[in-house]
Design a protein around this ligand. Sequence first.
Ligand code: SF4
Length: 313
Amino acid sequence: MHSAIENWFTATARDLPWRGDCSPWGVLVSEIMLQQTPVVRVQPVWEEWLRRWPTPAALAAEPSGEVLRAWGRLGYPRRALRLHAAATAIVERFGGEVPGSREELLTLPGVGSYTAAAVAAFAFGRRENVVDTNIRRVHARLVSGKALPAQALTAAEMALSASLLPADVGESVLWNAGVMELGALVCTARSPKCGLCPVAGECAWIAAGRPEPDYIPKGQPWAGTDRQVRGAVMAVLRAAEQPVHRDLFLAPAADLAVEAEPGLDAAHRGPVRTALEKLHALETDPSQLERAIAGLLTDGLAQHSPTGLHLPN
Ligand code: SF4
């Protein structure tokens, strides 16, 4: 099982820029971005970030509003603020170098147990028990014979993963990366491609006759949610270099007022108007819009000044 997955990974792994010859900083940025966003959306943003901010010190020197602007449409933008805070902590406490141990990584803002293990393994070549969603799904099917892992991570899963980890340090890194890649590309959540799987002959789920899952996975609703409205408001703030008056968020009739808005220069009126039109097309209830804006202010993703809302300084 181990050699089959490791050989498959060596032969077929995607050529992603945060693999191979990449700085620990690049690996850390990729792991935070990939937490809740697919590779295809992360890659162009990651490349732009590493070009602009090749070191933690470079990112730490930026105002947080600029960091949020560069986060673009990756979603869950609090991750951008946490990455900014992590860069600052790396400069202040680790001399500007990403620390290499799991314990030190765990002290950084926004770095949980998965991310700490993944950075220690993939950036520093350490033997770590890396357990993400893809790895959990492969272990559940291949070893435990279940269609899906438990709804929340269990101690038994962590123990199973630790028991499967090769003793050899180099092989453990390859194993972690290989199982994760298998889960991302072949043993996918909705339609596993068992015909392409290098370990199909040893799969406990196949041997058990492909039993149904114990539960129906919850889809993540998007349309009509506060997250959707927050995303639309953030798009307006990212497009504007100056504060945008609160009234402009509220009503389609206010679109025309963008032309006369003294806070907006000519270069930004078009993108701001486009972003406002998308927000207004949602036809959000005013109370939901107010709630979304209040949430952004509370989370530090937006600020308000006498002239309107803007990204944090
Ligand atoms: S055979 Fe199918 S279910 Fe089993 S590990 Fe491979 S892809 Fe996943």
